[in-house]
Every structure is written in C-alpha cells, then in structure tokens.
Design a binder for this molecule. Structure first.
Ligand code: BES
Ligand code: ZN
Length: 448
C-alpha cells in the first residue's frame, strides 16, 4: 500500500475505537486502543510499554539515538480518549466510522486529540526511518484527559526518571485559523462542581402543594442566575482576587490574531455574543475567568405536561480559571457562596469534580523561539501567532511541577473543527503538515 494510503488507513483505525473516557462501559475499548497504539509505536522502532492505572492505561514509548551521547530529549504528550458522541447529538453519520468529506475527516476524536497526536507519531516515524529523529523522544499518550487526567500524575511521578526531558510538546490546542501557525502560551484552568438540591422528600402534586412548598428548581435557577452580575462578572466574593492583568504585548498579540467578534459569533453559530465589557471576544476567552452552567436537571422532562412539584434539582458547573487562580481555592469560594445564599427550604449537596491549574509560559523564553522558527518553517514562512487558549489541558502544569519543564503548545486543530461537538473534523492535509512541524520542531530544539 502506498505510504499515504497506509497512514490514512492507520488513522482511520485509530478513530474507530470508541474511546469515551466518561463512560465506564467503554473501558475495554480504551484498553484495546492503548494496545493498538503500543503496537504502532513498536512498529515505528520505538520501545513501547503500557502503564496500568486505576482507570485507562497510559502508553509510553521512547526512542534514543543509538550510541547515546548528550542530546536533547523531548516529551510528546497526547490523549487517545475522546468526548462522548451519539448519533442523536446531531452527527450526520456514525461518530466512530470515519469518513472523508472535502478534505476533512469526520469522526469523534479526528482532531481532539487522535489526529493531532497521530501527526506527531507520523513525524517521528518518518525521521526514525530516515536515520533518526533530531532529539531523543518519549511519547506519553493517556486515556483520561477528557475527564481530568486524575491518574496521570502518579504515572509521571513513578516514571520520573524515564520521562526526564528538556521540554514537553503538545498539539491539543487550536490554531488562530486555517494555515495560521500558532504558538499557544497559556491555557485556562478549571474547577468543576455539581450542585444537588432536595426540597420535598418526594415529587408532589403541584396543585395540592404548589405555593406552600418551595420548588427546588426555582431555588436552583435563582442561585445560578445570581452567579453573574449585569456586566457578566462572576459575583462569587474573592473570585477575581488573584487574576493578573494581561501585559500590553499580550493584548496586541490578541489583536494581531485578526479574529473579530463577528468571526467568533459565526463559528459559534450564536445570534449575538455577550460578556464582560472592555474586552474583545478572543480576550474574554483567553484572558478572563468564567462561570459556566454545563447542565441543569430536574422535574418532569417527558412528553406532554405533568403537574408535578419536583423533589430534586441539580446542575453541573465549571469555572474556567486564569493565572494565578487556584482550582481548589475557587471551588471553596463557590461552595461557601452557594451555601450562604441557599434558603432553608431546600437541602444542598455540593460535589467537587476535577480541577486543573491554569498555565502561562513566556513565549520569548526557553524553547519558545525554537517553536516559532519550526512553525514558520512548517507553514512555508507564514507569520506565527501567539494565543492564550480558553480550554484546559490539566497535565501541563503537572508536567511543570513533576518533571520541571515547560510545554510548547503547538496545536493543529482549527476553531471550526467542532471539537467536543457533532461532526468533529480534521483536515487530512494537516497530518502531513503536522508531521513536518514535528520534525522541524525537534530539529530546532536540538539546536537550542
Ligand atoms: N483539547 C482540549 C483542550 C483545548 C480546547 C485547548 C480548546 C485549547 C482549545 C482538551 O481535550 C479538553 O477538552 N480539555 C478539557 C479538560 C477538562 C475535562 C479538565 C476542557 O478544556 O474542557
Ligand atoms: Zn477535548
């Protein structure tokens, strides 16, 4: 089979594993996918191994120049787990049966993160085949990123010696736009909470009790509506205490991205945008923290009417954080605030879910300039953009803490790729482009 056909066929096989980490029933698929990856790394000429965790396994693969010597070592991180995907979410086909439509591969994980990590695998595979990569390389590909990477820190700690490196490289972020090479120098962090309210001990007849017994959905919606003021600022006391002010060059870099509010509105398919005054949409996304209501449940949701006064109401919340906010501290402030505001008419239970620290790394320092050179080369001399991302990759600050290195975020995804949404896509041409970027990057790092 010609090389490109083989690459496409391997990429499609990778996408066929329904590796939804949020669904415990999918654990066997996650395990199968990890085994498949380890075999691919082995076939590339790398030493591959599977590290078991209490959840999905982590795939490790290393390659060192025979003969050794003092060489740079690069850790490349990615994740093989994906977000949930069901046909009825709006997919136009089976989310786990990849298909090619106008140069775009449509499948869950096509961009986040299977396509992006596969591009790095391709770059390293080509380099090894042609006599060796420019640096020593170690891949870490986990299966729990989309649920907070809870088990990866222990693996990094246990395998600290094996994972020693000069810098980490991750492609799990967006580019500013098509063919606009981008170095992401910061990510937002996250604090996730769930709020459960119980009013009456059981569902009641809304005619018999309504007006005397307080409806927990009413209490919940009032509490949630109170999380923001009229200027879209989060009302939780202390929430903004540690938020830094972006430097003038950062606001200029944000402007230079050339992404207008109208473009963000178009990508989101939203009738109009909203948010804190004084910031553009792209600044609100990258530089400002938020409170988001991810889901709200309660009462009757079946067909037709039902005159019920429900017993329970609940909501899932996430707070996106910026330097120097701390997820545990913010979760604590939110809990305190909600408990104080909660009336005696309901019982409140708050469960804390995953947390992740925000990340920031000066792109003018360390290996940042090497990344900029590599991006420019891979995109035929195009200007490189600097981006602060709104999403979270929890392991980046753990890599800094445990392995003591910074991370170069050189994502290949496009804002239009619909990561986490129906009909997620990835430009098939970016596999080769990403492989090229990987090789240029290892080369530039080896010289720095
Ligand atoms: N690839 C994303 C992170 C991302 C998205 C970075 C957009 C930059 C732009 C990653 O797979 C992801 O979705 N992370 C989660 C982490 C969470 C579950 C802890 C996120 O941001 O919601
Ligand atoms: Zn994701």
């Amino acid at each position: 089979m010609p090389l490109l056909d083989q690459v496409r066929s391997d990429y499609f096989d990778f996408l066929r594993f329904p590796t939804v980490s949020a669904d415990p029933a999918r654990l066997p698929s996650l395990r199968d996918c990890a085994a498949w990856l380890a075999e691919k790394f082995g076939a590339m000429g790398m030493e591959a191994e599977i590290a078991a965790t209490p959840g999905a396994p982590v795939v490790l693969a290393k390659w060192s120049q025979p003969g050794g010597g003092q060489r740079r070592r690069v850790l490349i991180y990615g994740h093989y787990d994906v977000q949930p995907a069901e046909r009825e979410d709006g997919w136009t086909g089976d989310p786990f049966e990849p298909r090619l439509k106008g140069g775009m591969v449509v499948a869950r994980g096509s961009t986040d993160n299977k396509g992006q990590i596969f591009a790095h695998m391709l770059g390293v595979a080509e380099a090894i085949k042609e006599g060796g990569a420019a640096t020593d390389v170690v891949f870490v590909v986990e299966g729990e990123e989309e649920v907070g990477s809870d088990n990866l820190e222990a693996v990094l700690k246990a395998r600290k010696k094996d994972l020693r490196c000069d810098v980490a490289v991750i492609s799990d972020t967006n580019m500013a736009g098509p063919d606009q090479p981008t170095l992401t120098y910061g990510l937002r962090g996250i604090a996730a909470l769930e709020v459960d309210l119980t009013g009456p001990s059981h569902d009641l007849h809304s005619g018999v009790y309504g007006g005397a017994v307080v409806n927990p959905i009413k209490v919940l919606t009032q509490l949630l509506a109170g999380l923001h003021d009229d200027h879209s600022r989060v009302t939780v006391p202390g929430f903004y205490k540690k938020v830094r002010k972006p430097a003038a060059w950062e606001r200029k870099a944000a402007k230079d991205l050339g992404v207008s509010d109208g473009e963000v509105r178009r990508q989101a398919g939203s009738p109009a945008l909203g948010g804190e005054p004084g910031y553009t949409a792209i600044e609100r996304i990258g530089m400002r923290p938020t409170a988001e209501i991810n889901g709200i449940t309660g009462g009757y949701q079946g067909p037709g009417p039902k005159t019920v006064l429900p017993s329970k109401a609940s909501a899932k919340l996430t707070f996106r954080l910026v330097p120097h906010q701390d997820p545990a501290e913010i979760a604590g402030l939110v809990e305190k605030y909600l408990q104080k505001k909660c009336p005696k008419t309901v019982k409140m239970k708050i469960t804390r879910h995953h947390g992740g620290l925000p990340y920031f790394c000066d792109p003018k320092k360390d290996f940042g300039p090497a990344a900029v050179r590599a991006l420019r080369q891979a995109w035929d001399g195009k200007k490189v953009h600097y981006l602060l991302e709104g999403g979270t990759i929890p392991i980046v600050s753990v890599i800094r803490k445990v392995l003591g290195v910074e991370t170069l975020l050189v994502g290949l995804s496009l804002p239009d790729c619909r990561a986490h949404g129906p009909d997620e896509t990835f430009p098939i041409a970016y596999l080769e482009r990403g492989a090229r970027m990987n090789r240029a990057l290892l080369h530039e790092i080896s010289k720095s």
